[in-house]
Design a protein around this ligand. Structure first.
Ligand SMILES: *Cc1c(COP(=O)(O)O)cnc(C)c1O
Length: 391
């Protein structure tokens, strides 16, 4: 764990992203500046996008966009949705609900597939929506719904969408790098992730894969193509001439390159498996200690974050303040309708480890005891320890 001399920075951040990142990534971000048209920077960016393609499991393009992940998600709508298009949108949480508003802003007629926010969509629900709306052009979904700590079955959904000739948009901001995504094999047309979640870098970049079929739709879309949100300048300048259309966030690109090396050195699938163990371990600890998970069924649970119901009598803000002030741990609370009900522990990238999940669970048990709500910490830690030992 990094020791900070600055008390204003938590000892360990295991929020729902950004989280604590690797020292090598921090060091890479402190390297001297290069100009974004320097040939060495162009080569570095080609290297980064090639490495990203390996993580996304695609032979297609991955665009490195400066801006938070939300920018990449908005770009997908900007470039694909034309007024009157019917779009099916899967809403199993806060980000899914937000995306309905984005799609509508670009003129889509949105058909929602909804579940309670502690569950995931089923293929039956999706097939129903597809069958009842055969004119639907696009289907959008959140892979890992971070505020609910849940995952949707994107493999089945995207393969079916592909079979029907629909375009798919996947928000895998907290999925890619921590949960399996096979962009090409599953026929995903646009997949968006962020630099700060399972890739374990700083916040500030959206990484967006674009399929050939999506490129055809993008090039046919009549929207203003000099907008920062348009993918066309990326195609005309970066893909065709290796010229970046905008100033890249240089330091972040250094960091992302180092972060991708860590993932690829360990192996993409091994990194995903480590996230799966962290998630399984956290859930086992929660249940063994007498706490409750938010998710309705463990088969719906996310790889990169675990949501725990705050026990009756414990106040959300007080719990997080105790974790932060007494134990140096920053975690997330509940968002939207879950506000005040949940504590969410992120286990992404550098924090999806045995050491850090044990530290975080131990801190949670201590903070709850401080607030007069002791849990069975020994049983929880033992369950967590066992899951890691059995790997
Ligand atoms: C974090 C997150 C976002 C937003 O990412 P930003 O980089 O903050 O814009 C969107 N969707 C999901 C599922 C997320 O977890």
């Amino acid at each position: 764990m990094t020791q900070h001399s600055d008390d204003s920075i938590p000892e360990l951040t295991m929020a729902s992203g950004p989280t604590t990142i690797y020292p090598q990534v921090l060091a890479a971000m402190s390297k001297p500046m290069m100009h974004h048209h320097d040939p060495h920077f162009t080569a570095l960016m080609h290297g980064v996008t090639t490495k990203l393609a390996q993580v996304f499991k695609t032979a297609g393009t991955v665009l490195p966009i400066a801006g938070e992940s939300i920018v990449g998600l908005e770009m997908a709508a900007y470039n694909l949705v034309q007024p009157g298009d019917v779009c099916i949108n899967i809403v199993t949480g806060v980000y899914g609900a937000g995306y309905s508003r984005v799609l509508k802003a670009y003129g889509a007629q949105v058909v929602e597939v909804r579940t309670a926010y502690n569950s995931s969509a089923t293929m039956d629900m999706v097939l129903d929506a597809m069958d009842s709306n055969p004119q639907a052009k696009i289907i959008a979904m959140v892979h890992s719904e971070t505020p609910s700590a849940s995952e949707n079955p994107i493999k089945e959904i995207c393969m079916e969408a592909h079979r029907r000739g629909m375009l798919s948009i996947v928000d895998s901001v907290s999925g890619i790098g921590g949960s399996n995504v096979e962009t090409d094999a599953w026929g995903i047309d646009i997949c968006v992730t962020g630099s700060q979640k399972c890739l374990s870098c700083s916040a500030g970049m959206a990484l967006v894969s674009v399929s050939d079929k999506a490129w055809d739709a993008i090039m046919a879309c009549p929207r203003y193509d000099s907008s920062y949100l348009s993918f066309k300048p990326w195609r005309r300048k970066w893909l065709e001439h290796s010229v970046l259309p905008y100033t890249a966030p240089i330091s972040l690109v250094y960091g992302l390159d180092a972060a991708l090396d860590i993932i690829l050195d360990a192996g993409v699938n091994e990194t995903i498996a480590r996230h799966e163990t962290a998630a399984q371990g956290m859930r086992a600890a929660v249940l063994a200690s007498g706490l409750e998970l938010w998710i309705d069924d463990e088969s719906h649970a996310a790889h990169s974050v675990t949501a725990i119901r705050i026990p009756q009598g414990v106040e959300d803000a007080e719990l997080r303040a105790t974790l932060r002030e007494s134990y140096g741990l920053c975690v997330s609370g509940g968002l939207g309708p879950m506000d005040g009900q949940l504590v969410r522990i992120g286990h992404m990238g550098a924090t999806a480890t045995r050491q850090r999940t044990i530290t975080a669970f131990g801190a949670l048990a201590c903070a709850l005891a401080d607030l007069g709500h002791p849990i069975d910490a020994t049983a929880g830690l033992d369950a967590l320890r066992r899951v890691w030992s059995e790997r």
